[in-house]
Design a protein around this ligand. Sequence first.
Ligand code: PRT
Ligand code: ZN
Length: 286
Amino acid sequence: MQETLRIAVQKSGRLYEGSMKLLKECGVEVSNGNNQLRVQAANFPLEVYFLRDDDIPEYVQDAVADIGFVGENVLVESGKQTDIVEKLGFGKCRLSIAVPKNGNIADIQSLNGKRIATSYPGILRSFLQQNQISASIHEISGSVEIAPRIGLADAICDLVSSGSTLFTNELKEIETILYSEAVMISHQQLSSGKRLILESLLFRIRSVKKAKNNKYVLLNAPNEKLKDIFALLPGIKSPTVLPLAASGWSSVHSVISEDDFWSRIESLKAAGAEGILIIPIEKMIA
Ligand code: PRT
Ligand code: ZN
């Protein structure tokens, strides 16, 4: 009998949509009707457990689930032993120390003797130790950003993504402790059957991620400009070149990465490319 890989994902919250979307893009069909705790994928040997994110590292460590999608921040804070298999590219945020905008704390050294409110006492404690700062940590589970205003703390250590929560609460970041995104974690000793399923899922995840980081580009150019244009299209073995009906012109097809997308398009235009079309790629198989 074929084995099934058990994956833990967040039941609801900021990582739920990204997790389900990624599975879907990998061709794994999961229906989560009726708010079920466990659902078997229809077309892949995967069983999905819907849990609170804080419980995911422990479940994977203890082999209640084989793998999980969870924020790196939650994993590090939990101190649980699992392997990080892959960064997933969603749920990006940072754990930062922030202080009142108009207060007198300007750098981390000024935190000595101060009170810091956080939901991440473990990560904060080791940061303070490493930097030899002696401050008291007030652990609170939510609405950390209001702590300075109500006199509970002098500073906070909380997750930031857009920065609008800090802005609204008249706080400013003075230090980032951890950059985080959703990661795939795995139990440290999977059976060989489960490892094979994991490899197959991972292959699909990497193909989806690679496709997102690249775009298919089509352009027209006069033949005498092709050499300059090829020089601007690195990273692939060779572009496809087709003659156009208009003599002396060619159509060039290639793949360019998202990283320096706009500057590369501008360079292509400057080099003589015309009629540039950019097309998203759905999957990219290495
Ligand atoms: O119920 P459960 O325990 O599963 O969920 P939860 O309420 O603990 O977590 P949830 O759903 O809020 O967040 C899940 C994960 O999303 C976090 O562990 C992070 O890995 C990731 N993530 C990404 C974030 C943010 N961005 C984020 N901005 N988690 C929380 N925030 C909060 C932050 O705490 C602050 O209150 O959003 C506010 C700041 O956002 P900005 O955009 O105003 O800067
Ligand atoms: Zn949580």
